[in-house]
Design a protein around this ligand. Sequence first.
Ligand code: ZN
Length: 472
Amino acid sequence: MAREPSLAGNTHGGSRVDIEVPLTVPPLLGVEGAQKGAGFVAVRAAILTVAIAALAAAGGLPHSARAAERTNAAGLPAKADAPKGDLFPVATDARLGGDDSQTRFVVDLSRKVDMAAFTLADPYRVVIDLPQVTFQLPASAGEKGRGLVKAFRFGLVMQGGSRIVIDTKGPVRIEKSFTLDAGDGQPARLVLDLAASDRETFLRNMALDSRTRITPAHRSDSGPAGAPPARTAAGDPRPLIVIDPGHGGIDNGTKAASGEMEKSIVLDFALMLRDKLEQSGKYRVAMTRTDDTFVPLEERVRFARTRQAALFMSIHADAVPKNEGEAQGASIYTLSETASDAEAARLAEDENRADVIAGVDLTSEPNDVADILIDLAQRETKGFSAQFARTLEGEMKKVARMHKHPMKSAGFKVLKAPDVPSVLVELGYMSTKDDLKQLMSGPWRSHTADSIVQAVDTFFAPRIAGTTAGAN
Ligand code: ZN
């Protein structure tokens, strides 16, 4: 018994029957028989011929399967006249089986794809990253849960990358995640097995996951254990770090009373940081500017996104208006819709003014991704940004004076890449004499840049062996 349930409900008045289906499918092609713990569950399922017909309609299957095509529009776009050989793999069905202790999620595909699955907390989710996939699932797919799964959603998350996000009822562990080639009358499939877990285990696994996750478009089939998060360039597997020296050109940023300009100080610092990161040999580094030119905020974000950066660091130096007293020390900012405090709000407003200062028309980003998916990716990226910010604070405070509240958040435009973990570092206050002195000091810059390199190393630290969840 290797038949799977079809829960898609993709019949149009066609006959539906309740059948007994095994929870598990063979992990390898051609292996018949129930696997360990095969719990049989009764599910409401479309009969097999209907499922096959859906595939025939969607992907083009053997002629024998086409007989039922007409009776099964299955909510799928008519493909009769579609050219053969879809550009992207097509997901034709998705279903759930199992119970509150173990739940299986299966997606039928027109061909096998790479996948990377990982978990996220608050709310609990499982994310499956795929190369770009065309979803031709029934309209209601994902609305109803089963077992550990509340619901799921799917879509394009970036050019070349699709994603399925599964909302779970509680903390879960990814027991297995794999894809199967088509065979034995079955389509290619993606299979994810989830098991109930506890919060502590879940969070531990997630922390490990986050350092080893892989983007779909550039995922190699089996990255070496201990590899940093891929987001690789062809031929160079090292993660790309984008350093963004604030301001530039017509936009000077903050100016010290003694005349020094933020744009020059942060550029000098960023160049030093770049050199140190490159010297480590572990990273590729790109800068949004390397000289005194103006770069629109949106362009900085786009720069990181199009290169699929693994990390984006914007470097700035702050100043407090004369009548607002003194402040000192470095701060680390992450993106949030609501500012963590008034100072953060003020700063974000200042920094976001860069484009206005330069007279740049704020055109919106090309809408290549649905808003809802941007929002989704942003929530995920936020977790990684926060994780890096904490690491960075831990390292920087060893060598640099920090602000009394060094971790803040606000709506910085430059941090809005939905798919690149991003932080903005304010190295110190140019309006404060001692801070300015440090900002101009070679040794201080060097120590501080070293501490940032250390934080980057920690963030990309190799995964701990034997604790991986996911693909086997
Ligand atoms: Zn600035």
